[in-house]
Design a protein around this ligand. Sequence first.
Ligand code: SAH
Length: 345
Amino acid sequence: MPEPLTDRLARLIADTGPIPIADYMAQANAHYYATRDPLGTAGDFITAPEISQMFGELIGAWLVDLWQRSGRPQEGHYVELGPGRGTLAADALLAARSAGLVPTIELVETSPTLRARQAERLPQAHWHDDIESLPNAGPLLLVANEFFDALPARQYLSSEQGWRERLVAFERGGFVPIAGPPIESTAVPAPFRSAPAGTIFESSPASIAIVERLSDRIGRQGGVLLVIDYGHLRTGPGDTLQAVRSHGYADPWTDPGNSDLTVHVDFEALAHASKLACYGPVEQGAWLRAIGIDLRADALSRKFPDRAAEIAAARDRLVQDDQMGSLFKVMALVAPGWAAPAGFA
Ligand code: SAH
């Protein structure tokens, strides 16, 4: 039996002192995703591609449209970051193939459990531990849905004595966030440096590094990075770390590795990390309507009349403001010389 994660983290903290929240989050999520398929009603949460095939089909059609209007360059590679069960990829690639685009399939996934699920849907895919091994010739058609929210984030806390990094300690048998030693205030963007004591500012260096690297690749190879996630349009303060388990909120400091830890994605920071043309972020509901979810829902309901109510409910769940429509945002980073992508006008 491997040592339980709680014991391993507690020992690490006893040996080396309190650890950054990013390290806690990285270890907790690595364990979490490696040991289960968290998606679906029997799991912990549901994502847009698992709600309806319309989501992946529309993304596939969107990629084909962009590729066609960009002059049909070499077909290149469909790349997905954190593809879960492979549902989005399977739906998107089916739509793409029927419109004449047949890219190779490259999946960036660390979880062996989810790789096995993806292989059932996409036996012809190639898997990557990280983005470095992605093909280095040909356009990259990259999609990341609910990927960046799972990447580790640091938290900084303002105090009377200046900014401190929030760290995780282990006290009286439990994990607790504490204020660590003072840090250089340059870790926090200038507009927020004089925020009142008690303000928390988050940043995800891992997410920023990935966007920087991918932007360089897209700049050289052509293509696009489509990011869909929950988060904020503009950089701002706030503690958004949350744990989800069995479709409800859980305590992020209890039983790490057995709930999904996320932070809201800072889209402005991601856009800033890229030198590419940036479209959006816009709200998911507006984007899906702009790229034709209502037409797609009508067509599907005509084809499967006995499923019309289910299709209408799925459409509502994806686009309504009080459901996923406004919390989730969509942003596209596009290679120089490529067309403007649909849905952002
Ligand atoms: N995109 C899917 C799944 C979202 S869950 C969907 O929309 O349904 C997050 C996904 O990211 C999982 O597949 C998880 O295993 C993967 N993941 C998390 N951290 C990762 C990392 N550091 N590198 C690669 N994949 C990661």
